[in-house]
Design a protein. Structure first.
Length: 274
């Protein structure tokens, strides 16, 4: 009876005192602790190697979430996107968010490429430093600059309507794969050289995620519409051509266009109220 009582006391003590370590599991805990130290040292060394590598590249721009570098990776022209630590966030939360967003971006790019949708090649991903090494589209022009150059000529010609049709086609393919880009603008679409061939490449999937909801796809199109019309005045008919192409080529366009109309209505109400 006494032995049973003492065993019960020991079990209760273990439950109430998380720091209690019996002789039986002390070796195991020490091994796990040692493994954690080794992993931490490996991660620190990996981050240091990547930091040294980035120091030899050219910093192109820095946004709120990431830095963009240009250079070479394994002898190929490359763009490196680094999600740097944010000092205003708790380190553990920051690491989890950066890791998740890096993984989401890579997943979206690979999903597009697997479906034959033009997007940059992913050369390498370093999750210790949250860096993505991507193909550089050499000699490319942003759709924003291309449209601006045509508008400067004084008239909207057939080239813009042809481009709009191709933009609608690529967005239909992206949404049919349930990829939500999250930041659709004409700055995030490139034209391979020569630009007049309209070989589009979709870039910057930093806010992307996977969703089959028509609401998310409608919002994606609404973001593009607002960015398109504000950046390129007097192009309402060009954007209508884009939407017609999207509607004709997407297998799931019906509910998406309906949601787009609802989102537009919500946007107008918000503008009237505030």
């Amino acid at each position: 009876m006494g032995d049973l009582y003492s065993q019960t006391q020991e079990r209760e003590f273990r439950l109430r005192c998380p720091r209690y370590i019996s002789e039986q599991n002390a070796v195991g805990v020490a091994a796990v602790f040692s493994e954690g130290l080794e992993r931490g040292a490996m991660e620190a060394a990996a981050r240091e190697r990547v930091r040294d590598f980035l120091g030899r590249l050219n910093l192109v721009k820095q946004g709120a979430e990431a830095r963009i570098y240009r250079g070479e990776f394994l002898g190929k022209p490359a763009i490196v996107k680094e999600r740097f630590p944010k000092s205003y966030r708790h380190p553990v939360l920051d690491e989890k968010l950066s890791h998740r967003r890096t993984a989401q971006e890579v997943r979206a790019v690979l999903r597009c490429r697997k479906a034959g949708i033009p997007a940059p090649v992913v050369y390498f991903v370093d999750y210790f430093s949250n860096c993505i090494f991507l193909e550089e589209i050499v000699g490319s022009t942003t759709v924003r600059d291309y449209i601006a150059s045509i508008q400067q000529s004084g008239k909207v010609n057939d080239k813009l309507y042809t481009l709009a049709e191709k933009m609608g086609k690529i967005l239909a393919e992206v949404h049919d794969e349930d990829v939500i880009h999250g930041d659709l603008t004409t700055s995030n679409m490139l034209l391979r050289s020569p630009a007049d061939n309209h070989n589009l490449v979709l870039i910057d999937f930093g806010l992307s995620f996977i969703s089959a909801l028509p609401e998310d796809k409608g919002v994606d199109l609404y973001v593009l519409e607002k960015a398109f019309l504000s950046t390129h005045p007097n192009t309402e008919k060009v954007f209508e051509t884009l939407l017609k192409s999207y509607t004709a080529l997407s297998k799931k366009s019906g509910p998406v266009i309906k949601k787009l109309d609802e989102v537009r209505l919500r946007g107008r109400k918000r503008s009237m109220v505030g």
